[in-house]
Structure formats: structure tokens, C-alpha cells
Design a protein around this ligand. Structure first.
Ligand code: ZN
Length: 73
């Protein structure tokens, strides 16, 4: 049986590479029994999305283009 450390590592790696079938199965079984790792797996997509949005925001900031957020000016 997979432990929590292995499970969270697999969850992280799944963001960078496709997991094998047996990895997915063992991970899924662990997530069904372990709410801690399940919460972690739910947060990972959100975190990577937030990081992308943050990086995108930085890039757009360098553009110098305004999105019309200040109607008064
Ligand atoms: Zn766990």
C-alpha cells in the first residue's frame, strides 16, 4: 500500500508527466481512503493555475497596456 509521502509525490509528478496506469490506480485507491492527500490533490490544479495566472499577469504588466479598469481617467 502506498503511503502519504509517495501519494503526494505522485500527485506532484502528475503535473509534469502522465502517470502510468498502475500509478493512477494505486494513487486513486489511496485518495479514496486518505482525506489529507485527497485535499492535496484537489489543491494542486488550483495552485498550478494560480501560478500560471500570476506569471501571465506579470507578463501583461510589462506590456504597459491598460485594460480600461479605471473609467474615470
Ligand atoms: Zn495520504
Amino acid at each position: 500500500m502506498m503511503n502519504c509521502q509517495q501519494a503526494t509525490r505522485l500527485i506532484s509528478e502528475s503535473q509534469e508527466r502522465p502517470l502510468s496506469f498502475s500509478e493512477k490506480v494505486t494513487l486513486k485507491m489511496h485518495l479514496m481512503m486518505c482525506s489529507g492527500c485527497k485535499n492535496f490533490s484537489l489543491q494542486i490544479p488550483f495552485l498550478s493555475q494560480a501560478m500560471k495566472a500570476y506569471a501571465k499577469g506579470l507578463n501583461e504588466g510589462h506590456d504597459g497596456t491598460r485594460q480600461g479598469e479605471h473609467p474615470e481617467s
